[in-house]
Design a protein. Structure first.
Lengths: 181, 181
DNA sequence: CGGCGCATGTAATCGGTTACATGATTCA
DNA sequence: TGAATCATGTAACCGATTACATGCGCCG
């Protein structure tokens, strides 16, 4: 065992900011969504567990007149645990499952037009995703951030997403060309 | 709901071959492992369920003197179900979780040398994977298979794996260059 | 005052892995 | 005859999603 990636994602986000469960939920909807995510129904029980483990603690703040917010912060034990995880080389993870490629693998059982439709529909989706990724950050990353700024690693991760989408589009174009010829 | 990808992976594999649970298990260790996999402990219960659903059936064969093998075959209902799944356009899946990028995202909390070590160690792993992917199939795909042969879709899926690894290596090289400058 | 977003939780279920468990076949 | 592989299953657990459930705050 010993994975607990959600634990370390949360500890990392709390490393220099105190956040509520809801804030964390919102973070997983932002740029992180490119490589990690979690729903609130997973976050709240995890936070409870982390507090029991002693790697986080919380203070209750009152918003308005009675709305309770649990503002979590990382403890010293949490920092230690997190840094230990971060600096331990983990074996490369298995290539993730991919539904589209599973379907493509069986596409020999489809009519040629259906194959092409499947491929071009998918290409269109990836082109949109690529355009969206680029547009969202063309201003932010017009200049490559300083290599020690907080933004630098956002940039590296964003660059990976863009390069991956570009490659996927190139691959799908090749597939279409080969199928259509 | 309505995902059941393992179900359709199995039906696809049974589409023109009769196989035992063990055969299916071995298939998931082959070229398919690039985009799908399953352990025997998941396969056997699934086959049982599929038989109850009526999409597969089986005959018991005796190997040697007493070893029972359940040889599964797809039923007409199964073929229909499978083709229906295959020709239905599914929404693009969310980008899969990626532990390495999660760690990289937090790499600002590491010492510069540790960052570089993390990146080059990962690059080395991906280079090996790429070399392995290429070597394994350089003979098989020296000539692109006929577009209606069974091998053609194996080729497309293999090409994707190679292109993806190439891109990952290029990205890691860029990361290292930016971190080291 | 109504609707959307903030805020927190639990329950049921699913897909998947790890571990437990058994026994036959084949080949060195 | 012993080890590797063939062959089939169950149990416990984990990570994650979907659905259920509640209530306040804020802005128009």
């Amino acid at each position: 065992m010993q994975k607990r990636h959600l634990k370390y994602a949360i500890l990392g986000l709390l490393y220099n900011e105190n956040l509520t469960g809801y804030d964390l939920y919102l973070k997983f909807g932002g740029p992180l969504s490119e490589f990690w995510s979690a729903k609130h129904s997973q976050i709240y029980p995890e936070l409870k567990k982390l507090a029991e483990e002693g790697v986080v603690s919380y203070d209750i703040e009152i918003a308005g007149t009675s709305l309770e917010k649990k503002v979590y912060s990382i403890t010293e034990a949490g920092r230690e645990d997190f840094l230990n995880w971060l600096s331990t080389i983990e074996p490369m993870q298995a290539t993730p499952k991919d539904v589209f490629r599973l379907r493509l693998f069986f596409a020999a059982y489809l009519e040629p037009e259906a194959r092409l439709a499947m491929l071009s529909e998918h290409l269109e989706e990836h082109r949109l995703r690529l355009a969206h990724l680029r547009r969202k950050n063309e201003d932010v990353f017009a200049v490559i951030p300083e290599k020690d700024s907080a933004l630098f690693f956002d940039y590296l991760v964003w660059l990976n997403a863009v390069m991956r989408e570009e490659t996927t589009c190139r691959w799908l174009e090749t597939c279409i060309a080969l199928c259509a010829e």
